[in-house]
Design a protein around this ligand. Sequence first.
Ligand SMILES: Cc1ncc(COP(=O)(O)O)c(C=O)c1O
Length: 431
Amino acid sequence: MNEFQSLFNRSQAVTPGGVHSPVRAFKGLEQAPIFFKSGEGAYLNDQNDKKYLDLCSSFGPLILGHRDPDVQRSIEEIVDKAWSFGAPEAYSLELAEWITNEIPWLDKIRFVNSGTEAVMTALRLAKGFTGKNKILKFDGCYHGHVDSMLVASGSGLAGTATASSAGISAAVASETLVAKLDDEKAVEEIFKREGSDIAAVIIEPLPANYGLLPQRNEFLQFLRKITKDNDALLIFDEVISGFRVAMGGMAEVSDVVPDLVTYGKIIGGGFPVGAFAGRDEVMDFLAPNGPVYQAGTLSGNPICMVAGLNTLKKIKNNNIIENTNKACEDFAAKLNDGFEKHGIPMQCIQMASLFFMTGKTTDPIRTIDQLPKDHGEHFKALYPKFLSRGLYVAPAAFEVGFFSAAIDSELSEKACQNILDACSEYFNEKR
Ligand SMILES: Cc1ncc(COP(=O)(O)O)c(C=O)c1O
């Protein structure tokens, strides 16, 4: 038995499924998950000291790569001074001021410990602020494991939802409405029927949890208008896109200003931080000012705040976003050229520093039902070929790839070659 299988067996004995988050379990792949020991720059090192180029970046937070030396220094300094106070401190203040200065439409921000927590509270705040009960979400968007967001389209009336996880009551699911992405008509119909009770529409403005599904800007503008017209809030879930596609996330890129935004991942630089933010009028509905309750023992934890602040400062001072976006664009262009040249029926969809490889299609993919049906089958066969060539991508078919600033042009070129090599081998085997 190899070392990973033996570690996985031990893990399964003490942890459900052997993991602390399901996607890590390599489910559907024919091997035990890799256990990692360390990370440095663009690389992950496994327990056996095998090196992998990291194209997953911890699912997004590590835009600077692993253990950026400047951020590491700031963490070492704060560890000597401040762990947790459960009382006001200036570290979270500095991060809050920095973000609200950078993103002009944000008056106030509150820090929590994860993206899920940020979404959970943003939804409660929207309901408290509007006095309404329902939330409209989109098929294919993920918003963390909040009960009301773990739903899929129901089979009854258009827009209705059913729970997609056990443990979620029909009553909770009935407070969520689900529409298809890219479909103005469906949203209009739902608003016509239920508009008086819709507190908010929540969307990943760049959906990146079920493949990468860039939306038409007009669709985001339409959501802005219909929410405004119906006294509902628009929530942009920028847990992935925030501080990645631009400092001001998709709100900046699309020029559509939501009422509330949720952040996670990059905001903590690899440490557990989530946040939600918006204008005074809405944010002041929160306790202790307002009637919507929210709290957290470790919220605004000094170590996480310092890691987040120094990550964001480094991103800004070194043009990391622009450079990483360009590097990922070049990577995708080279891959697409290679797919074409070698007759490989695949494409690399890219936006900013996110990418997703899937089967070739003639039209842009904007909804989950436009994704190629054989995507999962190809992914399963390709995954071990990527690993054996020293490439680590997320171990699940519909996860996107995350480029980091630590991947220089030489590494990018090599990754491209390795991917083309793996794909050529696979499609030759299939022929
Ligand atoms: C868009 C989006 N929202 C919310 C979440 C939940 O964040 P967390 O995993 O930090 O709870 C995620 C996680 O991947 C996400 O991608």
